[in-house]
Structures are given as structure tokens and as C-alpha cells.
Design a protein around this ligand. Structure first.
Ligand code: ADP
Ligand code: MG
Ligand code: ZN
Length: 480
């Protein structure tokens, strides 16, 4: 990257809302149904049909508006955006033009160790279009209208983003926020979240924006990162060779790792927006807007920062814990038990629990593991009732059965032995069997102590108290 230039990025994110039915008709809103089965005259745009707005869509969009600190317009309307494309049977998309439901917000995201505030211009509601299926065998294209009328929110950012990393952090935060609010299943691979990437560059220090290029077909957040890096470099190359960046829409090809021109950029006036005469103005009572705000959960970035400051966890660990709402709840329940330290809970969740979740590709709520049992088990380790190794044995049981860790310790005889009388024989045996290590220790290589204590632990089948064993080993050698 040429350091004489600064990157400027603005993002438009489309998210499908997980309502039961579509935005203007009673058709089911579901992914993966048999083609053209979730359709009716309204979402197929047949003449004479009338759309009726789904109230749930408005509520979900307002929730997102609150989460992104927007002003909510209680009086708003819907507009027709006119264009022709075979996936759009009405030849217009019902969207919002000059009065979006939410506007003038911002989102704080964590980039490295810094909080970066990115302005949110607007969030509006609109309907999705159908899907075209290009069929090579048939030598043609088929249209599936199931997706027509699936509710979307479009979240438009200000051009406040200054790097591919910031863009990625913004997108990740939008993604977790959608999941926290429970308003979208946010599955990238099913296309329920999509983004358009606007990129320009300008000489460092310049206060004017350069000409922007909009990139479509960016199918994942990591692709967005690659697309921004590629496009910024392309523009810098053009400018530094005395050329001019054209305002255009390009298509990102993630396989080839480059963008190609799709069309020169269209302007809003090309769409001939006008208020939809079938829908017109709608009013959301202020009381309802306020109620939705009061019910907002603590959001991922706020959670991450709280975990860092309150529990002294690292940013990386805090972020991982806050990423999934269910994991965060589980973590907080464990810590809330007051039985064990937040740091140990975090280590167990991010280590052993995550390993199981990855292996089984499941969610933490799918496990029989309870916060009570995990925190009890950790507290047994902290109190030195059991060793860390014995903790793993207990963990293997409580992952799949709601069983009191104290019972397991009793049944399996896992309690740690701290009684020096009981450990003396073990120490004696280990020292006798490891003469060389003992001599090494005597000659000043004191780090062999770890090895000797390890042998004692092994001999005690993990039940010896390692710190007591260490003291005993040192004393025994010194007395020899
Ligand atoms: P359109 O509907 O034509 O895509 P919008 O006005 O909705 O246009 O803006 C689209 C996005 O472009 C916004 O996210 C905005 O932040 C971004 N943007 C505007 N100007 C620039 C620029 N010079 N460089 C990068 N992004 C920009
Ligand atoms: Mg756009
Ligand atoms: Zn329908």
C-alpha cells in the first residue's frame, strides 16, 4: 500500500430479517424451500394486488436502529425504486427514499485496541428480489421468486472507514449485533447478509473525498477485506500514474482476486423514486419506539469492554466470550456464582468448552453442561481439592451429564492428596528411581525439579498436590 494515500470506505449492508412471513404478504419467509412455492399474487407483483406492511419488520428495524444509536422517524413512508431486472417481477422494489425509518446513528467498533466510531447514515426497510439460477445444462436462466418480498434492512454507513481492518471490524460487529437482537439469522453462506463496498482513495492530508467505486458481489466479510485492499491499490495505481478514477460499479471476483467493471454508476434519479401509492405514510407511536429501546440487550462491543475492565480479561478473550450471546450468558452465570475467578472461567470456556463446541459443531446450549457444574468444578481446582488434571476428568463427565462435581470426585476418588504422610512414599520412590535428575539438581540444575514433580504427579495418578510435592521433593534432596 502506497502510504501517500488514505483509503476511504463506506458500506451498505443488507440483512434479511427473520420474520415468519414476508414484508407485504402472508407468504412464508424461509430459506431453502422448493422453488416458487412461497409465492402469491402480491409478492409476484400481479396487477390489482395490494401490499400490507408486516408490523414485525418495523419493530425489528427499530431495534437495529436503537442498537446503532439512530434517531427513529416515527412518521415515515415507503417509496418505489423503479428498475427492470428478471428477478423483480413488479419492476419496482418497495424501499424507502427520503425518509428512512432510522437515521443519524453510529456504531463503536474495536479495531486493535482502539474504539473507532463509524457513522450510520440510515437504516431503511425494503423488500428483497427473487433469485436467478443460471443453469448450464439448460443453457438458460431460471427465476425463483421465493425470495421476492423477504424483508430486508439496509444499513448505510458514512464514509468514515479508513482501512480494510476497520471495515472488517464494522461488518463483524453488525453481524453479532443482528444475532444478539435475534432479528436475522445472519447466515452469510445463505446470503442473508450481503454488503456493497464503496471505496475511494485520496492523498494523505486532503479533506476532499476522491471518486468512489462501488463493488457488488462481495459475499463474505473476509472477501470485503480483500476487495477493499485490491480496489484501493488499483485506484492508487491509477492516480499515481496520472490517471483519473472513474465513478463506476464494479463486480468483485473473489476467486480471481480482482474487480471488473459492471456498469457506470447510476444515480438516484435514474430510479425515478416516488411514494408508493398503495402504502403511503405510516406512524409508529413514540411509546412503542421507547419501549423497544428500553428492552435492548447489552450489545457485543459494550460487553467486550466490560469484560476487559471489570474482569481484567484480554481484548481477544473478551471478544470471543461476547461474540455469541449464549456463550456470554453462560460465562456471566459462572462468574455470577461467585465460586471462582472470571479468568479461570474464561480459560475453561475458551479452551475445553470451545474445543467440544468445535468438534461437535454445536452451540453451548446444546450441551448438558451447566454453569453451576462448571463453576463448582473450577472452584474445586481453585480450593486445591482436586488437581487441574482431575478437573479434566470431572469436565468430561459434566459436559454430557448434569452431575454434581463433588459426587464425581468422590466416586472416582479424585480428591487431591495434600497429606504429606501419604505422599512421602511416592517422593522417596521417585527420587530413588531418578538418581541422575537428583544429582543434576544437586549440581545446580534446579530446573529438573519440574520433571521430578511431574514424575511424582504421575505416580500419584494425578492426585498429589503439586505445590506440596514440590516442597517435599526439595526438602528430601536437601536432606540427602
Ligand atoms: P448509492 O445509493 O448510490 O449506493 P449512497 O448515498 O446510499 O449511494 O451511498 C453509498 C455509500 O457510499 C455510503 O455508505 C457512503 O458512505 C459511501 N460513500 C460516499 N462517498 C464515498 C467516497 N468518496 N468514498 C467511499 N465511500 C463513499
Ligand atoms: Mg448503493
Ligand atoms: Zn406472497
Amino acid at each position: 500500500m502506497n502510504s501517500n494515500y488514505e483509503i476511504v470506505v463506506g458500506l451498505e449492508v443488507h440483512a434479511e430479517l427473520s420474520t415468519k412471513t414476508k414484508i407485504f404478504c402472508g407468504c412464508k419467509n424461509e430459506f431453502g424451500a422448493e422453488v416458487n412455492t412461497n409465492v402469491c399474487p402480491v409478492c409476484m407483483g400481479l396487477p390489482g394486488t395490494l401490499p400490507v406492511l408486516n408490523e414485525q419488520v418495523v419493530e425489528y428495524a427499530i431495534k437495529m436502529g436503537h442498537a446503532l444509536n439512530c434517531h427513529i422517524n416515527s412518521v415515515t413512508k415507503q417509496d418505489r425504486k423503479n428498475y427492470f431486472y428478471p428477478d423483480l417481477p413488479k419492476s419496482y422494489q418497495i424501499s424507502q427514499f427520503d425518509i428512512p425509518l432510522c437515521e443519524n446513528g453510529y456504531l463503536d467498533v474495536l479495531v486493535g485496541d482502539e474504539v473507532k466510531r463509524i457513522g450510520v447514515t440510515r437504516i431503511h426497510i425494503e423488500e428483497d428480489a427473487g433469485k436467478l439460477i443460471h443453469d448450464a445444462d439448460l443453457g438458460g436462466t431460471l427465476a425463483d421468486y421465493n425470495r421476492c418480498g423477504v424483508p430486508l434492512i439496509e444499513i448505510v454507513s458514512e464514509p468514515d472507514i479508513r482501512s480494510a481492518d476497520e471495515a472488517k471490524a464494522y461488518l463483524d460487529t453488525i453481524h453479532t449485533t443482528l444475532l444478539y437482537l435475534g432479528i436475522s439469522d445472519a447466515k452469510m453462506q445463505e446470503g442473508s447478509v450481503r454488503c456493497d463496498v464503496n471505496v475511494s482513495v485520496r492523498p494523505k492530508g486532503s479533506t476532499e473525498f476522491g471518486t468512489r467505486v462501488e463493488m457488488k458481489n462481495v459475499n463474505s466479510f473476509s472477501a470485503a477485506h480483500r476487495a477493499i485492499t485490491y480496489e484501493a491499490n488499483r485506484q492508487i495505481d491509477v492516480l499515481s500514474h496520472g490517471g483519473k478514477v472513474e465513478q463506476e460499479t464494479r463486480k468483485w471476483d473473489d476467486v480471481k482476486g480482482r474487480s471488473v467493471v459492471l456498469r457506470s454508476k447510476e444515480d438516484a434519479q435514474d430510479y425515478r423514486y416516488f411514494p408508493d401509492p398503495d402504502l403511503l405514510t405510516f406512524v409508529v407511536p413514540q411509546e412503542k419506539i421507547d419501549r423497544l429501546k428500553a428492552r435492548l440487550p447489552e450489545l457485543p462491543v459494550a460487553k467486550t469492554m466490560r469484560y476487559m475492565s471489570r474482569y481484567g480479561l484480554s481484548k481477544a478473550d473478551s471478544e470471543l466470550l461476547a461474540l455469541d450471546k449464549n456463550v456470554a450468558e453462560f460465562f456471566e452465570k459462572c462468574v455470577g456464582s461467585g465460586k471462582c475467578s472470571a479468568k479461570n472461567v474464561s480459560n475453561w470456556i475458551l479452551g475445553d468448552v470451545f474445543k467440544i463446541l468445535n468438534e461437535r459443531r454445536c452451540s453451548i446450549n446444546d450441551l448438558a453442561l451447566t454453569a453451576e457444574n462448571l463453576s463448582e468444578m473450577i472452584s474445586l481446582i481453585e480450593k486445591k481439592t482436586i488437581s487441574n488434571a482431575a478437573g479434566k476428568t470431572v469436565f468430561e463427565v459434566i459436559v454430557d451429564a448434569d452431575k454434581d462435581p463433588n459426587e464425581i470426585v468422590k466416586e472416582k476418588g479424585l480428591a487431591q492428596v495434600s497429606d504429606t504422610g501419604a505422599l512421602a512414599a511416592i517422593v522417596e520412590k521417585v527420587l530413588a528411581n531418578n538418581e541422575k535428575a537428583v544429582n543434576d539438581y544437586k549440581s545446580g540444575k534446579t530446573n529438573v525439579i519440574g520433571f521430578l514433580v511431574g514424575q511424582c504427579m504421575k505416580e500419584s495418578r494425578g492426585q498429589g498436590n503439586p505445590s506440596i510435592l514440590k516442597e517435599m521433593v526439595v526438602a528430601a534432596i536437601d536432606n540427602k
